[in-house]
Design a protein around this ligand. Structure first.
Ligand code: S3P
Length: 185
């Protein structure tokens, strides 16, 4: 199968909406590579995201996030899962859009909470406050940015993994943003 390698598929959305797992499925469906910005940062530092926030602070993490977005402007034919805070710096989005279509994986706070309530790998949610309330508040703040920056919004609240991945692929093809050459749909 020949893929149009001009584009990347860039997934944005709140923590726990499924960017990594859905991204891996999309990459497998299109038979292309998958990159996760958090994994890249964690490997570069040789420690977990929690540890980076603890030892070096959020500002340092955001700097690394900016650097990786600059690098990602130069790659193509990849599915890229981003950290939920990537939208905090508009230059990240500018870089990611140079070679990519940005997809917002929208999800309801109830579902997000269900996905991550027992997962303590996200430093910004590891406070002593109520996790569900925090998710709702942060999502309200960030939602306008996710929506404004997206080329495509896919609501994955009611969808299983596989279904979400196919839906994103279908929508991208429909919009002419990503397609496989030599294949008609
Ligand atoms: C963050 C989201 C995390 C990670 C870091 C900060 C955020 O990624 O980048 O903990 O600010 O929303 P996920 O969205 O993959 O959990």
């Amino acid at each position: 199968m020949v893929i149009n390698r001009k584009h990347n598929i860039v997934l944005i959305g709140f923590m726990g909406c499924g960017k990594t797992s859905i991204g891996k499925r999309i990459a497998a469906n299109f038979e292309i590579d998958f990159i996760d910005t958090d994994v890249e940062i964690s490997e570069y530092c040789g420690k977990s995201i929690n540890r980076i926030f603890e030892d070096d602070g959020e500002a340092y993490f955001r700097k690394l996030e900016r650097n990786i977005c600059k690098y990602l402007a130069t790659v193509s034919g990849k599915v890229i899962a981003t950290g939920g805070g990537i939208i905090k710096d508009f230059s990240n989005i500018e870089n990611l859009k140079i070679n990519g279509s940005v997809v917002y994986l929208k999800s309801h706070p109830d579902k997000i909470y269900r996905n991550i309530k027992t997962d303590n790998s996200r430093p910004l949610l590891n406070t002593c406050g109520n996790k569900f309330e925090l998710i709702k508040t942060m999502l309200e703040e960030r939602k306008p940015f996710y929506e404004a920056y997206a080329d495509l919004v896919t609501d994955v609240t009611e969808m299983r993994l596989e279904e979400s991945a196919w839906q994103v692929g279908r929508e991208l093809r429909r919009l002419g943003l990503f397609y496989e050459k030599n294949k008609s749909y």
